[in-house]
Every structure is written in structure tokens, then in C-alpha cells.
Design a protein around this ligand. Structure first.
Ligand code: CP
Length: 326
């Protein structure tokens, strides 16, 4: 069951997901102890390689790695030779020479973490690649839902917003379906793709989507930075039609629904301010659970372990040739 890399949710087996969720439960128990650190990754090194901005994913990976006693290095993209035109390939070749054990990477290009994983013996973790995947977000979302619904089979999660550009929607809906959760999409027709599993109901009307009777409403961030054309008239109109307004929050409270959001929240767009004080908002739980999930992932992966080209790599290195895999 050991894996070298975590690149997507699509290729994860249900047993692997269940294992990671169980491990996360164990790691979370450490958080209430006075000493939160364990020596699981003592002597190992984790490199954080973030080409895109991040608060939650970056900081929780760093905390997770440190709680497992790993050494963490933050690669400063803005002040690296990348600004002088160094290619990703050359960066990875350089990092490979430093023999880091784990590389946590976020990049705007889909598939880039997988490309890096093929070129290094380090375990590569995809911390978000363009609109493709964000596997650890999906795992922490599932973990957060399972804390409220220990057997989530048959529960319903309505994902609202910019599905088209969302790596969170792709990873989280794939994972939830693997756990037997029903998923539906709601958003403007321009942001809800028609392709993808036909089993997922698609709504463009808020009332119709709420009639589907979700247990959880999961708001996505409107990703202005990935929208090169206009997908809806303006953010005010978006909030009125698809946002959780004060009036809608009152209905949601009456129905006892949970609210989730991966962050960062565009206040006044996806959610009204009052959601921050809503007793069934799980947004803070999601952030907290990001640490134990990422501890579980780091602890689970095996750097170089089942990497078929490891011997070839060592031979190439000995011969003084390129450190990159062919
Ligand atoms: N959810 C998430 O990926 O947040 P950050 O961009 O802050 O990491």
C-alpha cells in the first residue's frame, strides 16, 4: 500500500482514503497534549515549493511536518533563480541534488507536480495544480464531514460556485463519491461544466438546488485570477443569485445544514459576514483538520520507496550525468 507520491484523488483507492482518515484521527489526538511533536519523520527533510500564493495549505503542511520532527525548508520562489529564467526542470535537478525527502508543490500548471514526481526520488505532494487537483484539501474536507457524519454514505453535499476553475471541486467531489456521498453542483451555467460524471446533478437555480435537500452546502471561492473573461455580470449580482445572503443563512440555520468553504473567503461574494458566526460553519474545522490530514499524508508516503527508476538514478548520479530521470 506504500506510495511514493500523492498527486491526485482520482487514483486513490477507497482503502487508502479510509487509512488516511483513520490516521488523521490518531494524529489529531496529539493536538490536545502538551507535547505535540512525535519523532516519526526525524532526520527527514521537507521542501515547500509554492509558485502560487497560499496561507492554509502552506502553513498547515509546515506545522504538520514539524510536528512529525521533519526539517522544513521554504523555497523562496520570488527570490530564487526562477526570476532569472531558471526552468522548473533545472530547479528540480538542483533540489534533487540536495536529496530532500519530500517536495510539497503548488503551481498554476495542471500536471506539473506529476512531472516533478517523475524526475525525483523525493515524495512529491500536489498542494494544488491549476484547475486540476488539490488532493489534501479533499482529504481534509472528507475528514471534516466524517467528524459530523461518521458514516457519510447517502449524505448530500451541494457544491456551489465556480466549479469550472476549481481544483477543490474536482478533488473533493471525486473523493466524496468514493465514500458514497452524493454530490451536486450549483452555479451560473458559465461556471458549471456539463462534462464530468453524469451522476452529479447540476443546478443553476438556488431554490431548485435546495429542494435536492443537501446536508452540507460547500461554497467555492470565486477565482477571479483564473477568469480571463467575464462569467457573470458582477460580484453583487453573483452574491444575490448564488451567495449565502443573510436571508438564506436564516433558512440554512432552520434546516440545520452545515456550511463549508476551502478559503480564502471573498466576503460579500460567496458568503455574508454573518456566516463567520454561524454555529454550523465548519470553515475553522477545515483549517484545523488540514494539519492532521497532512501529517497522515507525510507519514504515509515513502520517499524513493517504490520508485522503479531509483537504481537508474543512482547509476546516473555516480556516472556524473544529469540528476534528472530520463
Ligand atoms: N484552501 C486552500 O488551498 O487555501 P490556501 O490557498 O490558503 O492554501
Amino acid at each position: 500500500m506504500a506510495r511514493k507520491d500523492l498527486l491526485d484523488i482520482a487514483s486513490l483507492h477507497r482503502e487508502e482514503i479510509e487509512f488516511l482518515l483513520d490516521q488523521s484521527t490518531s494524529f489529531k489526538k496529539l493536538f490536545t497534549r502538551s507535547v505535540k511533536k512525535i519523532p516519526a519523520l526525524e532526520g527527514k527533510s521537507v521542501l515547500m515549493l509554492f509558485y502560487e500564493a497560499s496561507t492554509r495549505t502552506h502553513s498547515s503542511f509546515e506545522v504538520a511536518a514539524k510536528r512529525l520532527s521533519a526539517e522544513v525548508t521554504n523555497f523562496d520562489v520570488a527570490h530564487s533563480s526562477i526570476t532569472k529564467g531558471e526552468s522548473v526542470r533545472e530547479t528540480i535537478e538542483t533540489l534533487q541534488a540536495m536529496r530532500t525527502d519530500y517536495i510539497v508543490v503548488r503551481h498554476g500548471h495542471p500536471g506539473l507536480p506529476a512531472m516533478i514526481a517523475r524526475q525525483t526520488t523525493a515524495s512529491v505532494i500536489n498542494a494544488g495544480d491549476g484547475a486540476h487537483e488539490h488532493p489534501t484539501q479533499a482529504l481534509l474536507d472528507a475528514f471534516t464531514i466524517k467528524e459530523k457524519f461518521p458514516d457519510p454514505r447517502g449524505k448530500k453535499v451541494l457544491i456551489i460556485g465556480d466549479i469550472l476553475h476549481s481544483r477543490v471541486a474536482r478533488s473533493t467531489s471525486t473523493l466524496l463519491q468514493k465514500l458514497g456521498v452524493e454530490v451536486a453542483y450549483l452555479g451560473p451555467g458559465s461556471l458549471v461544466p456539463k462534462y464530468g460524471p453524469a451522476t452529479i446533478p447540476r443546478f443553476t437555480d438556488y431554490e431548485a438546488a435546495m429542494a435536492w435537500a443537501p446536508d452540507v452546502v460547500y461554497l467555492l471561492r470565486v477565482q477571479m485570477e483564473r477568469q480571463d473573461v467575464q462569467f457573470f455580470p458582477n460580484v453583487r449580482e453573483y452574491h444575490r443569485v448564488y451567495g449565502i445572503t443573510t436571508a438564506r443563512l436564516a433558512e440554512i440555520r432552520d434546516k440545520g445544514l452545515y456550511i463549508m468553504h476551502p478559503g480564502p473567503v471573498n466576503r460579500g461574494v460567496e458568503l455574508c459576514d454573518a456566516v463567520m458566526d454561524y454555529e454550523r460553519s465548519l470553515i475553522t474545522n477545515q483549517v484545523e483538520n488540514g494539519i492532521s490530514i497532512r501529517m497522515a499524508v507525510l507519514d504515509w508516503l515513502t520517499p524513493g520507496g517504490d520508485f522503479p527508476k531509483q537504481e537508474a538514478y543512482a547509476a546516473r548520479q555516480q556516472a556524473g550525468s544529469s540528476l534528472l530521470m530520463p
